[in-house]
Design a protein. Structure first.
Length: 199
């Protein structure tokens, strides 16, 4: 049985692109929680086994999953897989398109920010086209600063973190926010956002 890391920060654009596929994300989600065979995954995700095997081989080559054990049942060998980390984080350097080959990821990141700004309508915010564009640029900067700071916090973990998901999420948010509170650029971004939304 492998020991899962708490976090894996993805810095390779080719590995990061694997997360664009919904089936691969579902496989990783399940393998973060359970040790499973390709047959079990195929049944759970309503896919054929050969498709799941293709995705597992790709994820294994990228270092995102590992084979944990094999069980012989008659003439068949059942292989069990598990994710190599509890949390996968795509590095802010890819989200900003700072690494050659990461342009698609930067575009995907911008699209997420665009949808977030569009979602403000549901909270009663009506913005002009000009204000929407300004806010999109600010939200993108907010997202990049927050991602970079969280990555910095995670990289300082010196030992396994012995707390469950909800507490870990709170702890990371707390440590990230503490650092951001001392970042003048981040505070300026928030003030500009507040000004746009308050007008």
């Amino acid at each position: 049985m492998i020991n899962m890391k708490d976090f894996m920060i993805i810095k390779d654009p080719e590995v990061a692109k694997l997360f664009a596929d919904e089936c691969r994300r579902s496989i990783l989600h399940n393998l973060r929680h359970f040790e499973m065979t390709p047959c079990q995954l195929a049944k759970l995700l309503n896919k054929n086994v050969s498709s799941i095997m293709h995705h597992l081989n790709t994820l294994e080559k990228a270092g995102l999953v590992e084979q944990t054990r094999s069980v012989i049942k008659g003439n068949l060998v059942e292989r069990y897989y598990k994710a190599t980390a509890k949390h996968f984080i795509i590095s802010y350097t890819l989200s900003e398109g700072l690494v050659p080959g990461s342009e698609d990821i930067a575009q995907w990141s911008r699209e997420i920010c665009r949808k977030a700004v569009k979602g403000l309508e549901a909270f009663g915010f009506k913005l002009s086209e000009k204000k929407t564009k300004e806010l999109l640029d600010l939200i993108e900067r907010y997202s990049h600063l927050e991602q970079a700071t969280r990555e910095e916090v995670i990289s300082q973990a010196a030992s396994p973190i012995p707390i469950e998901h909800s507490s870990l999420k709170l702890l990371l948010s707390f440590l990230t926010d503490l650092r951001l509170y001392r970042n003048q650029e981040f505070l300026d971004v928030l003030n500009k956002c507040w000004k746009i939304l308050g007008e």
